[in-house]
Design a protein around this ligand. Structure first.
Ligand code: FMN
Length: 372
């Protein structure tokens, strides 16, 4: 079966892309310990620049939303300047790169906040554990794990700060040379925490009805499109994922509401994590893709356990406009070329997914260089 549908050009909002293969955002923790991006990240993304669009790794909008050792931020001038070095590298080789704007909300460990509690919609802890900062005698390798804590329920001032941080970060992303931004509304981070009924127990204007639960997202998107042309703004969601203690009473209705919100703001694309096969995220019992299409007329990018064939089939049938690939991009910098030429994919070494330097990051060869 042909995979030609992957290589049809498309326009995402106002961005022309040469193919339908999107690089999904991947946190790889190669910024410095102060969350400032490094030249190594520029090399990594430039290697992957034949993607139709690169959505760069989750990038914190505010230190209060940052709980990941060596993940990047975009709230200082120094960070903006360093990101400019990264986007320049990508543009030099003809690529397109968006910044994924991120606030972790309740999933930040107090260790990253000088002992303060993280912020969440309600005093409900995330399920599971996450990487703590390195101990003083750390010499590399895996980081210690700690359980998530019960967050402090956000006040109106906390909410206003999150919204303002997103707006400022969007402006910073443009200053840093990104071609656009993606609002991270997925994977159990703060926006998702407000969206989903299991984590949002608020009784004020931000909780209860779906209309209220989408309010934070509405304000965040409003702040972002005040800075960036909505034709260059995307939104990522994972309404059927229950990882980290997420869950919603009616993901289909929530999805329709988010689609309508995106439509109202004129967003370029929605990026839905809804696996077609079990993998990193479980395959949902009740897929919500059709609910997104019901209310949103823009580009839809789907993600989750696709390969070239399943992605091309979904695009050819018109179910989605593009497909993003996460794990396949770790070990295959030339993923688009491999798809085009029908080459086998290299297997990533997950020991280096979230820690390290060049090894397991920028040292994966292209097919052409490994075969030749
Ligand atoms: C190492 C790693 C880091 C990730 N970091 C992010 C991230 O920063 N932002 C995000 O939205 N998703 C992140 N994800 C999820 C991926 O974008 C993607 O949804 C997931 O890998 C499933 O897609 P795949 O089957 O193509 O790998 C990450 C996944 C992995 C494996």
């Amino acid at each position: 079966m042909s995979v030609d549908a992957l290589f049809r050009p498309h326009t995402i909002g106002t961005l022309a892309v040469p193919n339908r293969v999107v690089m999904a955002p991947l946190t790889r923790a190669r910024a410095d310990v102060d969350h400032v991006p490094t030249p190594l990240q520029g090399e990594y993304y430039a290697q992957r620049a034949d993607a139709g669009l690169i959505v760069a790794e989750a990038t914190a909008v505010d230190p209060l939303g940052m709980g990941w050792h060596r993940a990047p931020g975009i709230w200082t001038d120094e960070m903006v300047l360093a990101w400019k070095g990264v986007t320049d590298r990508v543009h030099e080789v003809g690529g397109r790169i968006y910044c994924q704007l991120w606030h972790m909300g309740r999933l930040v460990l107090p260790d990253y906040l000088g002992g303060e509690l993280p912020l969440g919609p309600s005093a409900v802890a995330g399920e599971g554990e996450t990487m703590a900062p390195p101990p003083d005698d750390y010499t590399g390798g895996f980081l210690p794990m700690k359980p998530y804590v019960v967050p402090r329920a956000m006040t109106q001032a906390d909410i206003d700060r999150v919204v303002a941080s997103y707006g400022a970060a969007a402006a910073n992303a443009l200053a840093a040379g990104f071609d656009g931004v993606e609002v991270h509304g997925a994977n159990g981070y703060v926006i998702d925490q407000f969206l989903q009924s299991r984590t949002n127990l608020r009784t004020d204007a931000y909780g209860g009805s779906i209309e209220n639960r989408v309010r934070l997202l509405d304000e965040v998107v409003g702040a972002v499109v005040a800075q960036v042309d909505p034709g260059r703004v995307g939104l990522r969601i994972s309404p059927t994922s229950e990882r980290k203690g997420m869950g919603d009473v009616d993901p289909a209705a929530l999805t329709e509401a988010v689609g309508a919100l995106a439509q109202r703001h004129g967003l370029a694309y929605l990026h839905l994590i809804e696996p077609i096969a079990s993998g990193f995220v479980d395959k949902p019992d009740y897929p919500v893709m059709k609910h997104l299409r019901a209310t949103f007329a823009g580009t839809v990018v789907q993600n989750g356990s696709f390969d070239a064939q399943t992605a091309a089939d979904h695009i050819a049938r018109g179910e989605v406009d593009a497909v993003s690939f996460g794990r396949p991009y770790i070990a295959n910098p030339d993923l688009v070329t491999r798809f085009r030429e029908g080459r086998p994919l290299a297997t990533p070494d997950f020991d280096y997914a979230y820690v390290g330097e060049e090894k397991g990051y920028t040292d994966y060869p292209t097919w052409a260089s490994s075969a030749g």
